[in-house]
Each structure stands twice: as structure tokens, then as C-alpha cells.
Design a protein around this ligand. Structure first.
Ligand SMILES: [Mn+2]
Length: 362
């Protein structure tokens, strides 16, 4: 008997997947009926699926940010409290950013180094399997899968889905689960969720900052989080070289369309010359977004043969839509994509409007 069966109320493939009636033919002929796979479970239904014992892994998206990492650790704590053995995975074989290294039990295993066949795979903050990179192979040999996410473009890749695009961060969704699970939420768990929330809302400043985000933040503070300490650790420890990178970025700022588009770039030479790691450049898009009169900010980063693009919007443009057209993804106000093209070519494509950049004229 498997550990999951021993647990009684647990995950069976049927419970987790779309209605069994849907055959491959149905999928092809009636795509609309498949939307059931994209419908979110409630918090209670999600918790009903999470009964250990068993082996579980949690994996966030590539180039993990505070939400992907904090949500991972918080969910791992919840799963442990429910009897699982848990491994927190990284989508790529790149060390987790040192920026959040002050968090308790900040330990991750690259998905490529994880050789197990887990009972449960949980993807956090990733709406499709591509965002999991090496994690996809672990997902493929997992018995059951669940996606917990707040992006608007979940593609149904997991057996089950707990999502809400109105949630400010995936960490808010984990917070809902933690509260409904009636487990003791200690300071370190609250810090994981707070890191997710404070970073994804740009310190409670972006459009996704809503009442639930602020109520959740208040509850996290009641659970022991010290906002000024977190702020100090995450935002006020910038190496001088990172400020010099800011200066280079600012010196290269250019405008398009009468100032409504602001853009700038950094390349590998900047990072080499300044001795910086990529993770130490997280604040760059916000600098561009802060320019008066700009509706859209574009940051281009040359990385090898690729150009990585971060898009930020103020009010009237949906940069998530632009990013999706370019093969990426994200939210209305913050999104991104990567192209295997030179930086200048990528910029030309964006500025010539081929990617729908003129959406702000609406
Ligand atoms: Mn997020």
C-alpha cells in the first residue's frame, strides 16, 4: 500500500484531474469544455488534497523572485505540518539569491539534482510548466500535481489548481491555506509569506496591492514579522556596485512616443565590470517606471545570445498581454519575456509596434 493510500483521504488521479469523460477526441473537438481543468479549487478543497505522509516537492519559476521563493518555503512548512517529507526545488541549477538568505531554513535543491519520484509535486507562482524548467522532469515522474498561482494565464498543466489572479502574490494564496489549515503559524512562516507579498507588490505600491494584501500583511505582522527589519534586509543593503549599475542604466535612458515609453538596457559587460550578480539588479525596472510621464517602462538585458525584457506599466496598458504575444507572461503591470535575439533587434521589434506596444493609446 502506498503511503498516500494509507493516509485514507488522499489524492487519487481522478480527484485531481479533469472529468474522466474527456477523451483526447473531446479535447480536440470541444476545447471550451476543458476549462474545468483551469477552475480553481477552494482553499478547503485544496487542503483536502494535502494529506501526508508521503514525499512532496515544491518548485517555483525560473529566475525566482521573493514570491516564488517565499511561497515555496511557506508551502513546504505547511506540507511538513501535514506529514509530508518535503524538498524545496529550484527550477534551474543556479543558487538561490543570497538576498533572502536571512530567512530561516533557506534551503533549496536544484530540480536537476533531485532524483526522487515524489507523491506530490506543487508548482508555486508558475502558470505553465515551461516556467519550471528542470522541474518539468520531476513533475513528469510525480504521482500527483497541484499548481498554486496568481498569474492570469494558467494553462491547466497540473492535476489540480488553486489560483486567483486577484491575489497580490502567490504568498497570499499560501497564507489563505495556512490560516484554513489551523496550524501554528510561527514567525518564520509569516516571514516567508511577507517576503512574497512585499516583493510582489513593490512594497505595497503596485496596482495589485489590495485590501486582502494589507489585511494579510497585518496578520503576518501579528504573527511576528517586523516590516522595518524585512525592509532593511531586502531593500537597504545594496552593494555600491549595484548603485553604479543603476547609474549606468539611468545614463542610457531613452524615450519613445513622446515620452510615454521609457527604456534602457544593461548587458553582460556591465555585470562583469562591476562584479555584480544578476540577482543584484532586481530594482532596475522600478527605476525606469518611476520616470514622470512614462506609461510603459522597458528594461532590456543582454544575456548570452538572449535578450531578457522586463515590462512595467502604470495605468492604461496591459504589459502582460504584450509579453504573452512575445512568448512570455506576467501581470497587467509587470511582465516579461526572453527572445533569442540581439538586444537592438528586440528593442526595434518592441518599438516598431509589432508586439502591440501601442496598446496604451486605448
Ligand atoms: Mn508572484
Amino acid at each position: 500500500m502506498s503511503t498516500l493510500e494509507a493516509a485514507g483521504a488522499s489524492l487519487t488521479p481522478n480527484e485531481l484531474s479533469a472529468p474522466d469523460e474527456l477523451s483526447a477526441t473531446d479535447e480536440l473537438s470541444a476545447p471550451d469544455e476543458l476549462s474545468a481543468t483551469d477552475e480553481s479549487l477552494t482553499s478547503g478543497q485544496t487542503l483536502d488534497l494535502l494529506h501526508g505522509p508521503g514525499e512532496a516537492v515544491v518548485c517555483g519559476h525560473t529566475n525566482p523572485d521573493g514570491d516564488a521563493l517565499g511561497s515555496n518555503l511557506a508551502l513546504a512548512a505547511l506540507l511538513r505540518a501535514r506529514g509530508y517529507r518535503v524538498t524545496s526545488l529550484l527550477a534551474q541549477d543556479v543558487p538561490a539569491p543570497e538576498l533572502y538568505g536571512f530567512l530561516e531554513d533557506y534551503t533549496f535543491v536544484p530540480a536537476a539534482a533531485y532524483k526522487g519520484e515524489p507523491d506530490l509535486f506543487v508548482a508555486v507562482d508558475a502558470p505553465n510548466a515551461d516556467r519550471l524548467d528542470d522541474g518539468r522532469e520531476v513533475l513528469a515522474r510525480s504521482r500527483h500535481s497541484l499548481c498554486i498561482d496568481h498569474h492570469p494565464d494558467y494553462d491547466g498543466f497540473a492535476d489540480a489548481y488553486f489560483g486567483d489572479s486577484g491575489a497580490a502574490a502567490t504568498g497570499v494564496l499560501i497564507w489563505r491555506l495556512l490560516k484554513d489549515a489551523n496550524i501554528t503559524i510561527d514567525k518564520s512562516i509569516a516571514e516567508y509569506c511577507y517576503i512574497a507579498l512585499v516583493t510582489d507588490t513593490g512594497r505595497f505600491a503596485f496596482q495589485n496591492t489590495n485590501a486582502e494584501a494589507l489585511v494579510a500583511a497585518s496578520e503576518m505582522v501579528s504573527a511576528g514579522v517586523e516590516p522595518s527589519w524585512i525592509n532593511l534586509m531586502v531593500y537597504d543593503q545594496k552593494p555600491m556596485a549595484a548603485l553604479q549599475l543603476d547609474a549606468r542604466l539611468i545614463s542610457r535612458i531613452a524615450f519613445a512616443d513622446e515620452g510615454r515609453v521609457v527604456y534602457s538596457w544593461v548587458d553582460e559587460a556591465d555585470f562583469i565590470e562591476l562584479g555584480l550578480k544578476r540577482e543584484e539588479s532586481e530594482g532596475l525596472p522600478s527605476i525606469l517606471r518611476s520616470v514622470k510621464g512614462a506609461d510603459i517602462a522597458i528594461l532590456l538585458r543582454q544575456e548570452g545570445e538572449n535578450t531578457r525584457v522586463n515590462l512595467r506599466a502604470k495605468d492604461i496598458c496591459d504589459v502582460g498581454e504584450i509579453a504573452r504575444r512575445m512568448g512570455g507572461g506576467g501581470h497587467k503591470a509587470a511582465a516579461g519575456f526572453t527572445l533569442k535575439k540581439p538586444l537592438q533587434t528586440t528593442l526595434d521589434m518592441l518599438l516598431s509596434g509589432t508586439a502591440g506596444l501601442n496598446c496604451y493609446r486605448k
